[in-house]
Design a protein around this ligand. Structure first.
Ligand code: AMP
Length: 116
């Protein structure tokens, strides 16, 4: 049974600061924020990677992740000034938590580079 930190949060075994939840996605505040607003959009069902997610044919859910990013950006007040949506994958991408997730960052003018 896979139980990464996000699975534990989804199961209610670990606390989180949630800003949005439905049957498919949970959106929480990142515990180590890199911007005034730093949220994580997490599929409820465990998928290690985008690869796994796509293999199961979750195209609709992938679209829904973007719809939720847009919706939550409005909800938390970063839509007007702008934001950044990121996914880290694999060793070179710097992924730490082995459960597919997207970072939604905003609340300040972000640096001009996304790679350093
Ligand atoms: P990454 O896997 O590199 O895309 O990033 C994982 C993110 O999860 C990091 O930004 C962490 O700060 C965040 N994180 C790890 N554990 C928790 C937690 N318990 N609650 C909220 N965010 C977390």
């Amino acid at each position: 049974m896979i139980s990464d930190v996000f699975c534990k949060i989804i199961k209610g075994e670990l606390k989180s600061d949630a800003v949005y939840k439905d049957d498919d996605f949970l959106v929480i505040k990142d515990i180590n924020p890199q911007a005034p607003v730093h949220l994580l959009i997490i599929p409820v069902k465990h998928h290690f990677s985008l690869e796994d997610f796509m293999e199961e044919g979750n195209l609709e859910l992938l679209g829904k992740a973007l719809i939720i990013a847009h919706k939550v950006a409005h909800q938390v007040g970063i839509a007007e000034k702008g934001y950044r949506l990121i996914m880290n994958e694999g060793e070179y991408g710097g992924k730490l938590v082995p459960h597919l997730h997207f970072h939604l960052l905003g609340g300040k003018r972000l640096g001009p580079k996304i790679v350093k």
